[in-house]
Ligand binder design. Structure first.
Ligand code: PMP
Length: 389
């Protein structure tokens, strides 16, 4: 009765894999963490009810307000990945049967549609041909005709490589009593985002993209309008995603009770704090300019070696992840394998709009540097010569 499953084989296999190799993560995210972030995550775990933990939360909250350019008191970090952040937004702002418009720009918008249907919202999904973005007028017509309570938009779409403009959407939505929710999972700290100035009501940002912390957390902010909607709505959101509950733990409402919500990992929070500190030290203006400068340099070099971009219109292109067409006669799988085996580069294959058409190449966070663009170009050029036989 003391018999267990065979352990020796499992152990032997995992021991061999224990120290995995390091790669340059130049796909759709996650990206590589800095040494400072890696050191922070390995610090001793904290009691989730301790003052040290509260300080960690407060510092993250303050830096996240800067990151989002907002004074929203309900600004916090959540222990769920980007998908959970999107699910948090819709479930905190809508009741079953409520009207929602989703401006789909690729796979992530489709995933939000999938979530919304599970919660039985009354959804109007919008679609666009690959590489195209929505005009303010198109979105206004949809909000008006559907009498939407929420418009959900993806800012940067890492699957199609597009950037949806957000200016003007907030005031337009508010004219119709509608709220504006934004997936900024991959666009955060790449392209400009002004939550208060642009009147955005709910935003979700990933930690694992340009922020440079590991995956598994997201940063969220909610406007006073959104907070009011949460207090007025009839149905409670799923417990784990309940922002009014979590907001108490993060002392967003100033009652200082810090009622426990669930056990946060201080290791993960430390990593996020360190990554945000690096963002604050560099400054958003420089970060946005750096991403634009380096990706434009990358596009120029792509052109020089004969590769083309998936999104033709430059003004629609996202500055974090670029869809790059696979040259005729070359296998995407083999090119990606070549880059990994010879250059230790991880490139993301096409997904959603880019499936079987283009690879997804990301220069984000610490990897947004001219020398990284050059190294990637060298791998693509070498790969083409090797495989084009
Ligand atoms: N939205 C966007 C725009 C993304 O790029 C991603 C991450 N690939 C997600 C949502 C989903 O985030 P996660 O994989 O962290 O759940």
């Amino acid at each position: 009765e003391n018999e267990t499953l065979d352990y020796e084989n499992v152990y032997k296999k995992s021991a061999k894999r224990f120290m995995h190799k390091e790669y340059l993560l130049l796909g759709g995210g996650p990206i590589n963490c800095s040494d400072r972030v890696l050191k922070a995550i390995s610090m001793q775990t904290l009691n989730p009810l301790s003052v040290d933990m509260h300080q960690l939360m407060d510092e993250i909250k303050e830096m996240t307000q800067y990151l989002f350019q907002t004074k929203n008191r309900l600004t916090l970090v959540s222990q769920t990945s980007g998908s959970g952040g999107n699910e948090t937004i819709i479930t905190n702002l809508l009741d079953r049967g409520d009207k929602l418009v989703i401006a789909i720009g690729g796979t992530w918008g489709e995933r939000v549609l999938d979530m919304a249907l599970r919660y039985e919202y009354d959804v109007l999904p919008l679609t666009k041909p690959a590489g195209e973005v929505y005009t303010l007028e198109e979105l206004e017509n949809a909000v008006k005709s559907h009498k939407a309570k929420l418009l959900f938009v993806t800012h940067g779409e890492s699957t199609g490589g597009i950037l949806q403009k957000l200016e003007g959407l907030g005031p337009m939505c508010h004219k119709y009593g509608c709220l504006l929710g934004v997936d900024a999972v991959v666009s955060i700290a790449v392209d400009p985002l002004f939550v208060d100035r642009w009147e955005i009501d709910a935003v979700n940002a990933g930690t694992q993209k340009a922020i440079g912390a590991p995956p598994g957390m997201c940063l969220l902010t909610f406007s006073p309008r959104a907070e009011q909607r949460m207090r007025e709505k009839k149905m409670k959101p799923p417990y784990y995603f309940d922002m009014l509950r979590q907001g108490i733990y993060f002392d967003c409402f100033g009652d200082h009770t810090r009622m426990f919500h669930y056990t946060f990992s201080s290791n993960m929070l430390s990593a996020v704090r360190e990554a945000l500190a690096q963002i604050c030290e560099e400054g958003l203006l420089e970060i946005w300019a750096r991403h634009k400068r380096n990706v434009e340099y990358f596009w120029k070099r792509l052109d020089e070696i004969g590769y083309t971009c998936f999104v033709n219109k430059r003004e629609n292109r996202f500055h974090g992840v670029t869809g790059v067409n696979v040259p005729e006669g070359i296998s995407q799988r083999e090119l990606i394998k070549f880059a990994k085996d010879k250059y230790d580069i991880e490139i993301a294959p096409g997904f959603g709009p880019t499936l079987n058409k283009a690879m997804r190449l990301g220069l984000m966070g610490t990897n947004s540097r001219p020398e990284m663009a050059d190294y990637l170009i060298e791998a693509l050029k070498d790969g083409f010569q090797y495989l084009n036989k």
